[in-house]
Unconditional design. Sequence first.
Length: 238
Amino acid sequence: MGSITLQKVEKWFGELQVIKGVDLDIGDGEFVIFVGPSGCGKSTLLRLISGLEEASRGTILIDGEDVTAKLPSERKLSMVFQSYALYPHMSVRENMGFGLKTAGAPRAEIERKVNEAAGILKLEDYLDRKPKALSGGQRQRVAIGRAITREPAGFLFDEPLSNLDAALRVEMRFEIAKLHETLGTTMIYVTHDQVEAMTLADKIVVLDFGVIKQVGTPRQLYEKPDNLFVAQFIGSPK
Ligand code: ADP
Ligand code: MG
């Protein structure tokens, strides 16, 4: 569960082509990072995978099934944004269980899954608080917790830590690495932070102007960049 394949995926916004013939294979359980300069198409590519944007051309497969024409809710993926998008009037518990509740899950099951996610994310003592009574890091944990309770085949993160201060960012980076180790679920993670990319990724996808410049392990990109763009972006001497 959790393999994702893109075949010749293109996205146009009017006259502007933002994603240009992207082919990509993501294996079950892989931690894949999309990096590249601002505006290169990272968020758009993630939104195409999640179904929040519709591909203009090409095919998207999840676990071998063609989901190109499917709704986000039919794709078994959970998205975590940089703005936490928590409901301010709901408690942490309600926020984390909301997706399950709208999906019609029984109360006991919601409670069990919320408690489980709270345990993983060290939120047990905060379940009855409202988001405004939480720190930035805690809010981001709740957003991740909400994704976990849905038990997705894959997590999609769009710069989840960019609103946090530097120290917290480092802490949360470890948390996310641990989460991946614990759950073993496929994760796609967008960042423009090279350090985040190099430390978290099994595989890095380097994008520029909607084109994949290289795909490889952090080590491959560092030691054998295919081109000057990758070398400069990853910061290795070539
Ligand atoms: P990144 O996440 O790498 O910074 P984005 O995927 O957000 O880049 O954007 C890629 C390009 O697509 C940018 O030129 C951006 O302005 C454009 N773009 C993104 N979303 C839209 C949209 N809904 N309508 C028109 N242009 C868009
Ligand atoms: Mg973006």
